[in-house]
Design a protein around this ligand. Structure first.
Ligand SMILES: Cc1cc2nc3c(=O)[nH]c(=O)nc-3n(C[C@H](O)[C@H](O)[C@H](O)COP(=O)(O)O)c2cc1C
Length: 195
C-alpha cells in the first residue's frame, strides 16, 4: 500500500494548523500500518511549478513530459492525504498548480467514446485536512471552495472515497482555537486509525 501526503503551506509545521494536523495523521497512520510506504510531498519544499508551455506542449504531442510524469507518479499511490489552509475561499494556488499537472488525459482520466470524461483511478481513497480562519455553515459552505474543489477534482479522476476534517474559526477566535486544537488533533488521529 502506497500513501501520498500532500502539504500545501509555506509555514513550518509548528506554526500551521493544517500542516500539523496532516503530519499527526501520518504519524498515527505509520504507527498503525508500519509496512505501508508513506511519501510526504511538501509542495513548497518541492518548488511546485505552474504548468508551463513546455509541459503542455509535451502533453499535447504525447511525448513524455513533466505533466505525464507527475500524473503517473500520483496515480501510483493508493491513498491520498491533502493538508491545506483555506486561502481566499479556496486552496493555496500551489496546490492548484500541482492539480494542473496531475489531471492528465490518458493517465488519471479519459474521454469515453461519447465524449464524457471518466476517472481512471479506481479503488483509491482520500482525506482532506483543512483549516479556515472563519466558519462556513450552509449556505456559506457553498462558497467554501477549498475542500469542495479538491473533492470534485479527485472525483473527476475517479477517487470517490473522500473524507474531510476541517479546523475552523482559527482567526475569528485565536485563543479558543489554540485551546480546541488538541481535541481536533485527537479527532484527526482517530480518523487515521480507520483510513
Ligand atoms: C492569504 C490568506 C488568505 C486567507 N483567506 C481566508 C478565507 O478566505 N477564509 C477564511 O476563513 N480564512 C482565510 N484565511 C485564514 C486561514 O485560512 C487560517 O488562518 C487558517 O487557519 C490557516 O491555516 P494554517 O495554520 O494551516 O496556515 C486566509 C489566510 C491567508 C494567509
Amino acid at each position: 500500500m502506497r500513501v501520498l501526503c500532500i502539504l500545501a503551506n509555506p509555514k513550518p509545521v509548528q506554526e500551521s494548523y493544517s500542516k500539523r494536523a496532516g503530519m499527526e495523521f501520518i504519524k498515527e497512520y505509520q504507527t498503525q500500518n508500519p509496512n505501508h510506504e508513506v511519501v510526504v510531498m511538501d509542495l513548497y519544499e518541492k518548488g511546485q511549478e505552474h504548468l508551463s508551455y513546455e509541459a503542455l506542449y509535451d502533453a499535447m504531442n504525447k511525448r513524455s513530459g513533466k505533466m505525464p510524469d507527475e500524473a503517473t507518479e500520483f496515480a501510483s499511490f493508493d491513498k491520498y492525504i491533502v493538508a491545506a489552509p483555506m486561502w481566499n475561499l479556496s486552496v493555496p494556488s500551489i496546490l492548484k498548480s500541482y492539480i494542473d499537472h496531475i489531471v492528465a488525459k490518458g493517465i488519471t482520466f479519459k474521454y469515453s467514446s461519447n465524449g464524457i470524461p471518466k476517472g481512471l483511478l479506481k479503488n483509491k481513497k482520500a482525506i482532506y485536512i483543512g483549516s479556515r480562519g472563519g466558519a462556513y455553515p450552509f449556505p456559506l459552505s457553498l462558497i467554501a471552495w477549498d475542500e469542495r474543489y479538491v473533492r470534485f477534482i479527485f472525483r473527476f479522476m475517479g477517487i470517490k472515497d473522500f473524507e474531510k476534517v476541517i479546523f475552523q474559526n482559527t482567526d475569528k477566535d485565536p485563543v479558543k482555537a489554540k485551546d480546541k486544537f488538541p481535541e481536533f488533533l485527537n479527532k484527526v488521529k482517530n480518523l487515521s486509525k480507520s483510513f
